[in-house]
Write a protein that binds this ligand. Structure first.
Ligand code: SF4
Length: 214
């Protein structure tokens, strides 16, 4: 493969605003081009009961009940190489009816947060992420990316201050969490002492508790 050019990830604040508001009906429109790294990265795909078209398009034998979720929520697994079984000849065979999880997956969360996934199964995504480049056009863009990256750094380095099982185990969810709580990091508090770190941890926990479940 030849040397790949940088991929335009868009204006940072425009993207941030969109991903903050993204809901099931509001796909992120990621300019993936021919990349299908996320379809090859050992993800379990969650499909909600209301996703009738996706549930119809996926063979029943590939679906199983999603642990810990109400009846009707399903998961689809992956093959021995980490590939989604719906990926055929490098193309999503149910693209028009693909689950919302796929429509809203956006690997730019790694580029935005600066979180480098070192999970072995996510190597294809990690190499793709290297090519994303956000445009930082004004003060807001700079302020926002700084806060997002400070949030990510805090979540990565202060894990031990959080209650057990509060933080997600995987890097993708950690990056998404950083985006949910970045506004806390607009204030450039000195978070060196344990008391200051605990204060920020409590702010994060309270904000997540208050947030509408996704
Ligand atoms: S359903 Fe399609 S888009 Fe979703 S992971 Fe599988 S191949 Fe990729």
């Amino acid at each position: 493969m030849g040397k790949q050019e940088k991929c335009d990830a868009g204006d940072f604040s425009v993207w941030l605003n969109k991903i903050e508001k993204a809901r099931d009906q509001d796909a992120m429109d990621v300019p993936c081009g021919t990349c299908n790294a996320c379809c090859r990265s050992s993800y379990f795909i969650h499909i909600k009961p209301e996703e009738k078209a996706a549930l119809k398009a996926i063979p029943n034998e590939l679906l199983f009940p999603a642990p810990g979720l109400p009846k009707g929520h399903k998961l689809m697994g992956y093959d021995q190489e980490g590939k989604c079984p719906m990926l055929i000849n490098d193309t999503c065979s149910i693209y028009e009816h693909r689950p919302f999880t796929c429509r809203n997956y956006d690997c730019r969360v790694f580029a935005a947060t600066g979180i480098k996934t070192d999970e072995k199964e996510k190597a294809a995504i990690a190499s793709q992420v290297e090519f994303w480049k956000f445009s930082l056009r004004d003060d807001d863009d700079h302020k926002n990316i700084k806060a997002v990256q400070a949030a990510a750094q805090f979540l990565k380095t202060k894990k031990s201050f959080f209650p057990k099982d509060f933080l997600p185990q995987n890097d993708t969810q950690l990056a998404i969490l950083a985006i949910k709580v970045y506004k806390i990091f607009f204030i450039k508090d000195n978070r060196e002492t344990n008391a200051d770190v605990n204060k920020t941890v409590n702010q994060i926990i309270n904000q997540i508790k208050k947030a509408t479940p996704v």
